[in-house]
Each structure stands twice: as C-alpha cells, then as structure tokens.
Ligand binder design. Structure first.
Ligand code: PRX
Length: 659
C-alpha cells in the first residue's frame, strides 16, 4: 500500500473545537453528531426521508426513499421530481433573499463583479431561454469548457434548468482530452470561451475546441457557444458558432424550471481510473443536490452572514459540489476566483480573504504547501501581513494533508481559532464523506476524522471482513448514500467491476487504503490502485503511459508516483525508446519533447516531472513490469529487494539516473 503520509501515524495532538465554533453550529457537539448517526443507523430510510423532505423543494413528492432492487444501480427518491436550478436560485429569490449577493467574482487582474440571487436567476433564465430557442431540451448533453467565471456557473445552472446534462471539462485539459469527452458523452452542444486568463497570461480555449473538432467524431455537436472573455482571435464556423451574448440577447429573465425525475442524470464528470480511459462518473439530480446542500450546512456550518470561498475550479468535482451547487442551494454569498494563488504575488489568497471578509475558506493541501514555501521566501506575502480575522472555518480537500502543513494552516492562517475540516471524498461520492464537523469534532492533524451521519464508512480486508483497529485495509462504504455515483457513462460493466467487486460483499470500494486509530478516526494512506494524486488532481498511470507510447519515438513506458514536497505526488516516467538509449543533451531534448507531448495528449498537469531512459524496464520472467522496484528507484532509494529474477539488473542503474 502506498505510504503517502507515513508521518501522520505517529501524530497524537488533538484540537477540540473552540467554544465559539460550537455555539449555534448546525451540529454543535459530539452528542448532536452521535444522535444523527444513531438516527441514520436505526432508521436509515426515515433519516434520508426526513433530510430530503426538509432540505429540498420537490415539484412532485417522492414516496420510496431507496430502491435496491437492481443493486448496485441504486435509485434514490425515485418517483419524486424536482429541478436543481429552482432549488439553487428560485428558492432564495422567492424566499426573501433575492437581493443577497450570490457571487463575488474576482478576476485574475483583480477586477471584482458582484451578482445577487435575483440577477443570477435572471441570467440563468435568459440563457436557458436562448438554449431552448436553439432546440436544446431535457436529455441532451452539453460539454462545458470554460474558465472560472460567473458565466460558467450560469451555463451549468441554465443546462440543469432545462434538464440538459452537462459535462464540464477542466480548461487545463488538452484538445485531445476534450475531443474524447465530446465523443464519449455524445454532446450536441459545446460551451466555451475565446480564452482564459491565468497569472496574467492568456491561454486559448476556443482554438482547442477547433482542434478537437478537427480530430473528428464531433458531428453530433450542433452549436458551439462562445463566451467572450478576452477578445482573443479564434476561427469561426458560421451557423455553428454563436457568441454567448448573442444567445442571451433579448431573452426573457423568466424561464420555468423543467421538473426532472430524481434520478435524471444531472452531470457527467470524467475522472481517472486504473485503466487508460477516463471514466464518465454519472450523478443523479436529487440525491446529489441533497448531499451537496447538506454537507455545506454541516461541514461548513453555513450561516446567513458567511462569505464562503472554495478555490477549486468548476472543472473538478469540488467546483461542482462546493461552488456551482451546494453553496447556492444553501443561499450563501460566495467568492469565485479566476486566477492562481501566486499572482500577482503569493499573498493573493490572504489579500482576497481580507478584502472580501471571507469567513469560510476551502482549498487544497498543495496550495497550502506552495504558499508556505512562497511566504518563507517573500515574508511580505505571508498570511500574518494580512487581516484574516474574518475567518472562522478552514477546509482542506483533494489529498492527504501532512501534519506540518496542517499546523501552519491552523496557526498562521487560522490564528489557532478556526477549526480545520479535512474533507475526504471523491468525484464518485458527490460530496464529503469523512470529515470533522467544525463545531463538534476534535481534530488531529492529518486525519479526516469521522464519517458524516448516514455514511457507513469502514475498513476491510480483501474478503470484505472488518480489519482490526490499527490495521490498514481497503476503505469501503457499506451502505448506499444519496449522492453516490450512479453509473459510468455508457459502461455499466466497468461501473460494477470498479466499485462493487463481488468479493467485497456489495460494499462500495473507494480505491483508497486507510486505517483507523483507537478513537475510530480515519487516516487515509493513499490510493491502492494505479491512480496518482498530483496537486490534488487525479491521474491514471496508464493514461500517462498510453500518452507516452503513442509518441513515435517510444517503445515502452512505465509511470509511477513519487512523494513530492509541494505537489503531494509527482509523475516519474521510465521510458524505453525504439532507438538507442539517449544520453546527455540528446536525452534532455527527447525528455522535453515527451513532456510537451503528454501536455498535448492529456494536459499540462500530467507532464512527468522526471523522465528516465533505459534500454529496458525491470520485468518478471512472465514479462510483468515490476512497478514496486520502479517506485523505489523513482524515490532515489537503494533497491534492497531480491532482483535475481530480473533479466537485466543493470537497467536499474540506468533508470536511477534522472535526465
Ligand atoms: O485518494 C483520495 C484523495 O483524492 C481521491 C479522490 O480524487 P478526486 O475524485 O479527484 O476528488 C478530489 C476531491 C474530492 C481520493 O480517492 N483525497 C481526497 N480528499 C482527501 C484525499 N486523501 C486524503 N485526505 C483527503 N481529505
């Protein structure tokens, strides 16, 4: 099992929630937490029925809570109907909060735009009307390839208002990744922008759409709608391409939300698995909405005066659940940010927290670690130079947070006064699963602590039996939950095989290794499959390998992860070329070519940090690549394992040399 965070296992500091965090909190004590857990245990159906009735606005009430007749294809609230956009917008506009600010948008260059719930609803309706006029309707699928912007949220919400299922593709993904998703999802609509802006630089988006189309297979797409972000040049196909501002021009600010069945696919989001092809994780409407809302209420203890800020991109699940849906459903005021944490300098986050009086801040360990380094190098940009007194809750997501980073976050950013919620969850889980509650749970640096009420998380061995406390095992969820993945788009067999292997008794297999301590706290040990976590981004080693071997020079490639101080894990690629093993300048030149190639095939986030060339790869007699050995070599450690079965032990020597 990968030892991503060995050091946490000796962690024994405990931080009880400060009294100020417990007072008036949604769940304000361990007793309150345990009471909810007990309710869910004793009356599973009744618990979820109550939550769904109390938290959602239904256009048609549901009668059955959970239908298990076709497990693992579970159905939640199956005969109910609702509209997600109505639950995120209309509910507040009609409920007396129309003039509350919904989004404070800050662009890369610092320009700020604010939009109220009434205005947001108006813009969503205008676009929904525009899409309707173009013939889009419930059941269609739209690809969204946009920069962080109010428009991105408007497009997502406009789609779901009509029952159009969206699939957002992160703006950092390549044209090829985009094309694969357009084809796999069967999109008839693509919404994009001319360019995006990050750290003062413009990066083309619409030109990538052109490239994707040129690769073929995108014929089902009738329209490409383009948001003008920068005015950058782009090719234009008359009849197919439309400006977003033209689509909404003259449209009414009213558009009746289309009620959809609870199980109607709300969105499909691609994520990496252990094979080469990304999986289209399909989420349902009602269950997902319920959980994104409920977790915002519980984990972030949402209060009416909060200014909430999640720094994720809408291209990831975090940006779905904790920007586009949950916070809006909860009626919060939230900051949406276009730029990067280090532009114009590493004080950007702290400056924004001070200026917008952010109360709830949710970011990734990778950002924290890079800002620790940056503020040591440039003390002017350190958190203590800014007024962070508005902060009340800090959140972490996407990867294990090492205790050192946790302590810095706690002391330097949170002033030792803000509970840290280290939220463990996944694209497939839809929302938080294991996390502290800020007003209730004593925290330990590096542990995501305890499962939320209703979530039957456990650690089991390969037969599905519970492991003894203190032993490592597979992290599973024993009972279904409303926001769980419903299917892998177009591949139900892969869905069953990946997440519900028969030997695990029908439990949901998360793909993480974990262990529990004497207090029942969960400690995540990292992935048990060939999935890497680089800067909180999920990457399949096979994906990177197939990108590498598709290069004309490459004969064979193996990719492993290596612990990295900043990015958590880094990609290390071992490559065998078709020609001779390159050395010196030639090796450096080929390595650069291969890096650029991977960026073009997948996206810059997948670029190997380290490429090593060998005449062969270490293999067993049956030809299986010995990845264990490669992991050791990648770390720069000495190989102590028996290598007598290797055909050619000298190659380990070759592979230990970085280019
Ligand atoms: O390995 C776990 C890690 O990220 C994986 C899920 O990645 P993704 O689907 O991209 O979702 C990221 C945002 C939720 C998990 O299988 N992971 C996520 N959160 C944590 C974590 N590992 C440790 N601690 C966390 N809090």
């Amino acid at each position: 099992m990968p030892n991503a965070i060995e050091s946490v296992l000796v962690e024994n500091r405990v931080f009880p929630p400060p009294p100020a965090a417990s007072a008036g909190a949604a769940i304000g004590s361990m007793d309150a937490y345990k009471k909810l857990c007990l309710e869910a245990e004793q009356d599973f159906d009744g618990f979820w029925r109550r939550q769904a009735n109390e938290n959602l606005v239904w256009s048609k009430p549901f009668s059955q809570v959970l239908d298990e007749s076709n497990a693992p294809f579970y159905r939640w609230f199956g005969d109910g109907e609702l509209n997600v956009s109505a639950n995120c917008l209309d509910k507040h506009v009609q409920g007396g909060n129309a003039d509350k600010v919904a989004i404070i948008f800050e662009a890369d260059d610092g320009k700020v735009d604010k939009i109220t719930y009434r205005e947001l609803l108006g813009r969503v309706c205008q676009l929904a009307n525009g899409l309707k006029k173009l013939g889009y309707k419930k059941g269609d699928r739209a690809i969204i390839y946009m920069p962080m912007s109010i428009e991105a949220v408007v497009v997502m919400q406009a789609c779901v208002r009509l029952g159009v299922t969206h699939s957002v593709v992160f703006g950092g993904f390549s044209a090829k990744s985009l094309q694969e998703r357009i084809v796999d999802v069967g999109a008839t609509l693509v919404v994009t922008a001319d360019e995006q802006v990050r750290g003062g630089k413009t990066i083309p988006l619409k030109p990538a759409v052109e490239e994707a189309f040129a690769m073929g297979g995108c014929d089902a797409v009738r329209q490409v709608i383009v948001y003008r972000r920068t005015g950058g040049k782009t090719a234009w196909v008359e009849g197919r391409d439309l400006w977003l501002h033209d689509v909404v021009a003259g449209q009414s600010e009213q558009c009746d939300p289309v009620p959809v069945e609870a199980e109607h696919p709300l969105f499909i989001l691609y994520t990496s698995g252990s094979t080469g092809k990304p999986k289209g994780v399909q989420h349902a409407s009602a269950g997902y909405l319920l959980w994104s809302l409920l977790t915002v209420k519980w984990t972030f203890d949402a209060r009416p005066d909060d200014v909430y800020w999640c720094t994720a991109d809408v291209g990831w699940i975090t940006g779905h659940s904790y920007i586009a849906y949950g916070p809006l459903a909860a009626g919060l005021t939230q900051v949406v940010f276009e730029g990067v944490p280090t532009y114009p300098n590493a004080g950007r986050f702290w400056d924004m927290i001070a200026r917008h009086k952010v109360t709830t801040f949710y970011t990734a360990p990778t950002a924290i670690r890079s800002l620790i380094k940056a503020s040591a190098a440039a003390p002017d940009t350190a958190p203590d130079r800014y007024d962070l007194s508005s902060l009340r809750i800090l959140g972490s997501v996407g990867e294990p947070i090492n205790p050192e980073a946790w302590m810095w976050y706690h002391k330097t950013v949170g002033g030792e006064r803000c509970p840290i919620v280290d939220t463990w969850w996944q694209t497939e889980t839809g929302g938080h699963m294991i996390t502290p509650l800020p007003g209730a749970t004593p925290t330990k640096p590096g542990s995501c602590t305890l499962p939320l009420p209703g979530i039957a998380a456990a650690i089991v061995d390969e037969t599905g039996a519970d492991v003894d406390q203190g032993n490592g095992g597979f992290l599973v969820i024993k009972k279904p939950w409303p926001a769980m993945i419903r299917n892998i788009w177009g591949d139900p067999e892969r869905f069953k095989k990946s997440y519900f292997p028969p030997e695990l008794r029908g439990y949901y297999l998360a793909g993480d290794g974990a262990q529990r301590d004497a207090d029942g706290y969960f400690w995540i040990m990292g992935r048990i499959d060939d999935v890497l976590n680089v800067s909180g981004h999920r990457l399949g080693t096979m994906e990177v390998e197939s990108a590498l071997v598709s290069h004309p020079l490459v004969a064979e490639a193996a990719v492993v992860g290596r612990p990295d101080d900043t990015t958590g894990e880094a990609v290390v690629a071992f490559v065998v070329l078709k020609g001779a093993r390159p050395e010196g300048d030639e090796a450096a030149a080929v390595a650069k070519q291969l890096r650029d190639w991977v960026a073009k095939e997948i996206g810059p986030i997948a670029k190997p940090k380290d490429i090593r060339f060998g005449e062969n790869l270490p293999k067993t007699r049956s030809g299986k690549i010995m990845r264990r050995l490669l992991r050791v070599v990648a770390k720069g450690e000495e190989v102590t394992q028996d290598v007598s079965t290797l055909e050619n032990p000298q190659i380990l020597d070759q592979l230990s040399k970085s280019v």
